[in-house]
Design a protein. Structure first.
Length: 269
């Protein structure tokens, strides 16, 4: 709860920093509560979900399965398990629910996202993937672009999100590449031009469609992605390279590119 007495009168300074790359006990407790709620959902056979996790996430034998033991919450509550493996379990459970209990999926995701936001936890479930994106506006921008995109653009955005959302081996370089590729695909679709620079120029010439400064901004972003120093659309740089893309740049590019796609779709609507 925001604006409590201790915060209002300066006894506690609210942190603006997001909690990332760990899983505090309060987040674990909240997740366990979400799963307890799922267990009480009459539309979901929680024992089946638990059993599927036992067999295909934990890779255990069916003969050892005990329906009276919740292997999901036990795993989340195990201090010896790394935080990213716990988030991988959340990904897996969401996939199971989407395959077998789709009607209950959005309610489950909404509850987890609400808890993550309440606890200032630096992850959200977007497009059924646990992702290190947090601001509500950012989440909405990405989801709107993916929901409304045609197949080729949707594929680029999904790949960008997957590269960014990988908890163990995130690929920020290719996430950036896929984000700008989605913009390129949209602009080619709208203009018939194969080159993004030419496509942006064509869009600028259509009165009221693309402001000249927006054209300049995205030309500059495209130049950044293509420059040899960044190595994003060129060969991968070695360990002694002068520049390696970071999470913050990949997140910026994904949010910026989806915002541009939504803007252009709105103009064409």
């Amino acid at each position: 709860m925001k604006d409590l007495f201790a915060e209002r009168y300066g006894y506690i300074k609210p942190s603006d920093e997001l909690i990332i790359e760990c899983m505090p006990q309060d987040v674990i407790n909240a997740l366990c509560n979400c799963f307890n709620s799922l267990e009480n959902n009459k539309d979901v056979d929680y024992n089946s979900v638990n059993n599927i996790c036992w067999l295909y996430f934990f890779n255990e034998k069916q003969s050892d399965y005990d329906k009276y033991i919740d292997c999901i919450t036990d795993y989340l509550d195990d201090d010896d398990i790394e935080w990213y493996h716990k988030l991988s379990l959340i990904d897996f459970v969401i996939k199971v629910i989407s395959d077998f209990y789709i009607s209950s999926l959005q309610k489950f995701i909404k509850r987890i996202n609400t808890e993550f936001e309440r606890l200032n936890y630096g992850y959200r479930i977007i497009n059924n993937l646990v992702t290190p994106i947090t601001a509500r506006e950012e989440v909405e921008s990405i989801e709107e672009a993916i929901d409304n995109a045609k197949d080729n653009i949707k594929e680029h955005l999904n790949r960008a999100l997957i590269h960014l959302a990988d908890k163990e081996k995130p690929d920020y370089r290719n996430s950036i590449k896929e984000s700008i590729s989605a913009v390129g695909a949209l602009c080619r679709q709208m203009t018939g031009e194969n080159d993004l620079g030419k496509a942006l120029s064509a869009l600028e010439k259509k009165q009221g469609l693309l402001h000249p400064q927006l054209k300049v901004a995205f030309n500059n972003l495209y130049s950044y992605v293509n420059e040899k120093q960044s190595g994003i659309r060129h060969e991968l740089m070695d360990e002694d390279g002068t520049y390696v893309p970071t999470y913050h740049e990949a997140k910026f590019m994904l949010v910026t590119c989806t915002a541009f796609i939504n803007y252009m779709n709105g103009k064409f609507a």
